[in-house]
Write a protein that binds this ligand. Structure first.
Ligand SMILES: Nc1ncnc2c1ncn2[C@@H]1O[C@H](COP(=O)(O)OP(=O)(O)OP(=O)(O)O)[C@@H](O)[C@H]1O
Ligand SMILES: [Mg+2]
Length: 265
């Protein structure tokens, strides 16, 4: 296996401009099979946009993406799903008025034929939904509950369960633990450990820096649309990560340049 093929994901030279804002400027990202990468940076650093490029929701102005050594060009999330890339978006995109099972199967509900007509196979859907939740260790008493009646953590679990059910080889989670209670955060982190142990590569975007040290193999720091640093998790500390996220700004201000604090431009 040569070096190129050993990467599950290889994004190179990704740029994206919105009007006057250069949201992404020549950004690269690599991910190995089963690796958990923490993607961090201040608000507006470009984390969600970079992830959306990988999920096909944003089309970059330039740059290239390879999955398992093969060049891909995603024009939509359906394209990335076909390449086994799934993303749990920051806003979750669940259907509030639909029940748990319905959300898990949205757009691919199991059907059976009666008198030649396809009907929603509800017992099968609820049975499969239960299996899906159990497999991921997600605790929800009843798959007939409407999603609008669930807690924030349960909603988060449904969004992750749905993404995981497509059998992804790459799972991107954008702020999956924002606004969760302690036990719910633990459940999401456990889920990340479970899927990565099965060989799924994970990108975790989070502002909860302590979580990086519980599940990530490596972190990548972005600042104003650029890569500024990358560290194996065992080679860094929470203090350094904080400095990498904000340090450049302060060193640039105080020293009039942006190369201090060991940050590589
Ligand atoms: N569709 C869009 N149109 C215009 N500007 C956009 C669009 N999407 C993102 N941006 C801009 O690009 C920049 C990066 O946004 P992005 O959402 O990627 O940041 P982020 O790192 O995910 O931030 P946060 O931590 O707050 O979620 C921001 O300045 C944002 O306003
Ligand atoms: Mg974001």
């Amino acid at each position: 296996m040569n070096d190129r093929q050993s990467y599950r994901v290889r994004m190179t030279g990704i740029s994206k401009r919105y009007n006057t804002i250069q949201t992404l400027d020549d950004v690269s990202l690599t991910l190995k099979p089963g690796e958990v990468l923490g993607l961090v940076g201040d608000n507006g650093a470009g984390k969600s946009t970079l992830s959306k490029v990988l999920s096909g929701a944003v089309i970059p102005d330039s740059g290239s993406i390879e999955i398992d050594g093969k060049a891909v060009a995603f024009a939509s999330p359906a394209d990335s799903r076909a390449a086994r890339v799934e993303m749990v978006y920051q806003d979750l995109s669940l259907c509030d008025s639909v029940d748990v099972a319905g959300n898990l199967f949205l757009g691919r509900e199991p059907r059976r034929k009666m008198l030649g007509m396809p009907f929603l196979d509800k017992p099968r859907m609820h049975g499969q939904a239960r299996e899906m939740l159990d497999r991921l260790g997600i605790v929800i008493a009843d798959t007939r509950l409407k999603v609008e009646n669930l807690s924030g953590g349960q909603r988060q679990s449904i969004a992750i369960g749905r993404a995981a059910s497509f059998d992804p080889s790459v799972l991107i989670m954008d702020e999956p633990t924002a606004a969760l209670a302690v036990a719910e955060v633990e459940a999401v982190l456990d889920l990340i450990r479970t899927v990565s142990a099965r060989g799924v590569s994970v990108i975790l975007i989070t502002h909860r820096l302590q979580d990086l040290f519980l599940v990530c193999d490596r972190i990548q720091v972005m600042y104003e649309g650029r890569n500024v640093a990358e560290r194996q998790i065992e080679d860094t500390s929470i203090e350094e990560v904080v400095n990498l996220i904000v340090g450049r700004k302060f060193s640039a201000r105080s020293a009039g340049r942006g190369q201090d604090n060991g940050v590589q431009a």
